[in-house]
Design a protein around this ligand. Structure first.
Ligand code: DQA
Length: 145
């Protein structure tokens, strides 16, 4: 199984960015943990980050035919990007929405996700472990469990 992890704007700053909210773990450390777990589950993963909405849209489009599932932390684009939502809907690849923080316990503008309706489900609030939960959900998109 091939799973694409996509990370949106400012997630390259994890580790130093608002550690009281996002913790001290860097994105590279999260990636390493995800890779270990993916190897145990027999899944191939690709792990990317971009600060550019258009680049993320292109990656979602290009995933068609190459990846079986997407795990997406769209960061701030979660709350703003109709383009990303349309891309997810267009490719039809099962997508898991993830967030480190519990977006529902934060500012009101974070309560609304423009991508949630086109995703299989949403995982938020578990810090870096949200990525592992997202991986598990992605591996199980065939509904075997
Ligand atoms: C985030 C939550 C978003 O609201 C925020 O814009 C982010 C990170 C998270 O992982 O908790 O950049 O997606």
């Amino acid at each position: 199984m091939n799973i694409l992890f996509l990370n949106g704007p400012n997630l390259n700053l994890l580790g130093q960015r608002q550690p009281e909210i996002y913790g001290r773990t860097t994105l590279a450390e999260i990636e390493a943990t995800v890779r270990l777990r993916a190897a145990k589950l027999g899944a191939e993963i690709d792990f990317r980050q971009s600060n550019l909405e258009g680049e993320m849209v292109e990656w979602v489009q290009q995933a068609q035919g190459k990846f079986d599932a997407l795990v997406l932390n769209a960061a701030a684009y979660t709350h703003t990007s109709i383009a990303l939502r349309d891309a997810i809907a267009a490719v039809g690849i099962p997508t898991i929405e993830i967030h480190l923080s519990n977006v529902h316990s934060r500012e009101e503008f974070r309560h609304r996700s423009l991508i949630a309706a086109v995703c299989r489900g949403q995982i938020c609030g578990f810090g870096p472990f949200s990525y592992i939960l997202g991986l598990e959900a992605a591996v199980n998109t065939n509904g075997k469990l």
